[in-house]
Write a protein that binds this ligand. Structure first.
Ligand code: BTX
Length: 250
């Protein structure tokens, strides 16, 4: 029983004890015409997907869910969905647990542990494109709650001021995603960008950017989700996620 507080997300709800990947199944549902808000939740995944063909370890005790969204969006702006989701999920988990959940650009949920970032979750957005338009998208959310995690990752439950099982965590995450999605429709991407930047752990970090001399500093993101890097000579670079991977050391 989820006790949803959402208007749309999670109302078409499919629960699996064990599945390969909630994102894979949600993409199938999307193709078959499932409505916006349709949600798939699994207690365990055997083939959890990360970005770029990476894997997401998904043992029991974690939160693994995928939500179908059907926004009106130009193809060039698809990455906005990941920003919307990351901001909404980080905010909701922070409010729910009291833990200082932050975002590592572009799609990681992290907490600071000393001089290192430990990953507590991730977002994977997949899209279905028909011709030159977006037919729909699946936002996949994985949260390490009480599951065994890989080395250098972390679980959120031990950091939470409240002793919660997965159902209220799922309900909070869906509400956070919905509120961010609504904020985006009502106030635009500028509002999402500034919200995302409030959680961005990489602000001020020194980085080297391929094709640029010397180090620059991260000053934020732009409306496509590109990282904004400022160099000493006043020049600015916009870096897409495919061009740079940020590490876990602070
Ligand atoms: P990512 O590409 O940023 O992260 C994947 C990388 O993170 C892996 O290569 C590994 O190094 C590390 N990793 C793997 N499992 C975990 C874990 N449980 N905790 C911390 N680090 C890990 C992030 O991709 C996006 C993940 C989305 C997962 C959700 S779960 C529900 C939905 N269904 C699905 O198949 N994927 C999404």
């Amino acid at each position: 029983q989820l006790h949803l507080k959402t208007e749309t997300l999670g109302h078409g709800f499919h629960l699996y004890e064990r599945i390969d990947s909630t994102n894979r199944l949600a993409m199938e549902f999307l193709r078959e015409g499932a409505a916006e808000g349709t949600t798939i939740l699994a207690e365990q995944q055997t083939g959890g997907r990360g970005s770029n063909g990476r894997q997401w370890e998904s043992l029991p005790g974690g939160l693994y869910l995928s939500v179908i969204l059907r926004p009106q969006l130009k193809l060039a702006d698809i990455f906005q969905l990941t920003l919307v989701a990351a901001f909404g999920v980080a905010q909701s988990l922070g409010r729910l647990t009291g833990a200082d959940v932050r975002l590592k650009w572009p799609n990681d949920l992290v907490i600071e542990q000393g001089r290192r970032l430990a990953k507590v979750g991730g977002i994977l957005t997949e899209t279905r494109i028909q011709g030159d338009r977006l037919a729909g998208a699946v936002v996949g959310i994985g949260i390490n709650w009480d599951n065994p995690v890989p080395a250098e990752a972390a679980r959120l439950k031990p950091l939470s001021r409240r002793d919660l099982d997965l159902a209220p965590v799922a309900a909070a995450v869906l509400l956070g995603l919905e509120q961010s999605y609504q904020l985006w429709h009502q106030r635009g991407i500028e509002r999402i960008v500034s919200g995302y930047e409030r959680y961005l752990v990489n602000l001020g970090q020194a980085v080297e950017v391929p094709g640029h001399d010397g180090q620059g500093r991260i000053i934020g993101i732009d409306e496509r989700g590109a990282l904004r890097v400022l160099f000493l000579d006043g020049g600015e670079a916009l870096v897409m996620p495919s061009e740079l991977r940020l590490g876990y050391a602070l």
